[in-house]
Design a binder for this molecule. Structure first.
Ligand SMILES: *[C@@H]1O[C@H](CO)[C@@H](O)[C@H](O)[C@H]1NC(C)=O
Ligand SMILES: *[C@@H]1O[C@H](CO)[C@@H](O)[C@H](O)[C@H]1NC(C)=O
Length: 511
């Protein structure tokens, strides 16, 4: 097909695009829920601890969006302590974790007058050391970062009886950790103004930048710490845009200087042209499809590549066309693999979106938890189809283009991927990382792979040069901190301490 014919084929496809674009390819996942009640911890403990962390609980007014209360003024942060519903061991472990009292610090924060984010901020054991501030963004688009908080790298998991149990490998052990539900409309975040619906990375990164400014204004002491952006999946779009926004804000002296040291993307979607082309290759390599099926599916690749090229970094209808064309590649493979989990091809796909995360909605929709968070009557949904659909034009845009500039400014970039994920597979990620044009490209490409060792065992394979690292994580699917919690925490620790590729001898654990 010549370019003109391809363009005509794309225009034809646009007619079906709106109908075909249903949120079935969430790069993060939904579930469903009933309800149940749970006890609370005394507020005074929380107040003490929050005070120690400079989080001013006494000043925090609860936000009850549906109760008709006046909205907070523009740009202010509304914060409140979280009274944890219940901890399986009655709080003893919590006291050990934070050293002072049996209640965890946490806040809900309102980054703009009309949106609400959800975050927790905590100090780790030992407190005094200046551990970095780390923000985590889950993908979707439209999936709540609380998925990661409770199923991946947060301080606790939700037990079936709605108790919270400690995660021994929570990233709070090595950072002050912030989870934000975004774009607006995700998780408990909301707006009563449709103009707040986000359709592109520019507005999303402006919101996140505004949130950071509000957060560091309220907590200037944390602004001195190193700052890292992390996340997963569709955050492969959010994160490069957000990092560029922070970098630009710093260069222009727009507000508080944000001590951005690096960003990490786990199983992300960043460079769609390269990553969609990698689907058939990965599927063939992993024995998911036959050579004949591979040959057939590969015929769609040139049209997909052409469409993604038209979409570029800022296309509109061409991006929708590319979404439809390219997703027939993924869709064909998905049909062939049937009931296999496309986030982890070793596992069966259970439930509507492959994992059972129903405890999240069950827990966050408990009346006691909603009251504690101050979210009024908003019903928590893990992944919002509305947010997803609003972002369709953004899906196929190339977000790799902003990364070289950040590398040249010596901002660290870690791209990591669990090896059994199909939807944002390591192969496609490895390819875009290796083909990225920057001053260290040749040295990166020719650098040798090294084992990433945890507890004396190879937990992954690492390639690094200068500020750029690529880590393929063994025995993991799409959600690396869920599947390999210890390796993921080690990764964060070593990467933020600057010795990811060369851990000190102190790190030689007993075998
Ligand atoms: C709830 O489940 C957790 C984890 O399985 C357990 O440790 C705890 O004792 C249970 N709590 C109650 C009240 O049954
Ligand atoms: C290397 O990283 C570890 C964290 O895993 C840290 O404890 C150690 O001090 C670091 N070593 C150096 C030399 O930075």
């Amino acid at each position: 097909m010549g370019p003109a014919a391809q363009a005509r084929a794309l225009l034809g496809l646009l007619l079906v695009a709106a109908a075909a674009a249903s949120p079935e390819n969430f790069l993060r996942l939904p579930s469903s829920a009933p309800r149940q009640l749970a006890p609370r911890f005394p507020r005074s403990d929380a107040v003490d601890l929050i005070r120690a962390l400079n989080l001013h609980p006494a000043d925090a007014s609860p936000r009850r969006p549906s109760a008709g209360d006046a909205a907070a003024p523009a740009g202010t942060l509304v914060e409140r302590p979280l009274r944890l519903a219940s901890l399986a061991d009655g709080g003893g472990a919590l006291a050990r974790r934070w050293g002072t009292s049996a209640t965890a610090p946490g806040t809900t924060a309102s980054p703009t007058p009309t949106t609400q984010g959800c975050s927790t901020s905590s100090s780790s054991r030992g407190g005094a050391r200046r551990i970095p501030v780390v923000i985590w963004l889950t993908g979707g688009p439209g999936c709540s970062s609380e998925l990661a908080l409770f199923y991946e790298n947060g301080p606790f998991h939700i037990a079936d009886n709605m108790s919270l149990v400690w995660n021994d490998f929570g990233w709070d052990q090595a950072s002050n950790l912030i989870y934000v539900d975004q774009p607006t409309g995700t998780g408990f975040s909301y707006s009563s103004d449709s103009r707040d619906t986000r359709h592109n990375e520019a507005s999303i990164s402006d919101d996140l930048y505004a949130f950071l400014q509000a957060f560091f204004t309220e907590h200037p002491t944390y602004a001195k710490n190193d700052f890292y952006i992390t996340g997963e999946s569709y955050a492969g779009h959010y994160i490069p845009a957000f990092a560029s926004r922070v970098h630009q804000g710093n260069k222009n002296n727009e507000g508080i200087h944000i001590n951005l040291k690096g960003f990490a993307i786990g199983n992300g979607l960043t460079d769609p042209a390269i990553q969609y082309k990698a689907y058939p290759d990965y599927a063939l390599d992993m024995g998911l499809i036959t050579k004949a099926q591979y040959n057939k599916i590969s015929k769609i690749v040139p049209t997909c590549e052409f469409a993604v090229k038209l979409c570029g970094t800022s296309g509109t209808v061409s991006c929708l066309a590319a979404y439809v064309v390219c997703n027939t590649i993924f869709g064909s493979i998905r049909t062939i693999i049937g009931s296999k989990n496309y986030y982890d091809i070793r596992k069966p796909c259970v439930g509507s979106l492959c994992y059972d995360f129903s405890n999240l909605e069950k827990f966050l929709n408990l009346k006691s938890v909603r009251e504690s968070l101050g979210v009024g009557d908003i019903e928590f949904v893990s992944c919002s189809p509305t947010v997803y659909q609003a972002m369709l034009l953004d899906w196929m845009r190339n977000l790799e283009v902003g990364i070289p500039d950040l590398l040249e400014s010596d901002i660290k970039v870690l791209i990591y991927a669990g090896e059994y994920d199909l939807i944002c597979n390591w192969l496609g990620n490895s390819r875009w990382v290796n083909s990225m044009e920057w001053s260290g490209k040749e040295a990166f490409v020719s650098s040798s792979e090294k084992p990433f060792t945890v507890d004396g065992k190879e937990a992954g394979v690492l390639k690094s040069h200068g500020p750029l690292s690529f880590l393929k994580v063994h025995d993991a699917g799409h959600m690396v901190p869920m599947d390999q919690p210890k390796a993921a925490l080690e990764m964060l620790k070593r990467w933020t301490s600057g010795n990811l590729s060369d851990p000190s001898s102190k790190l030689d654990f007993t075998m």
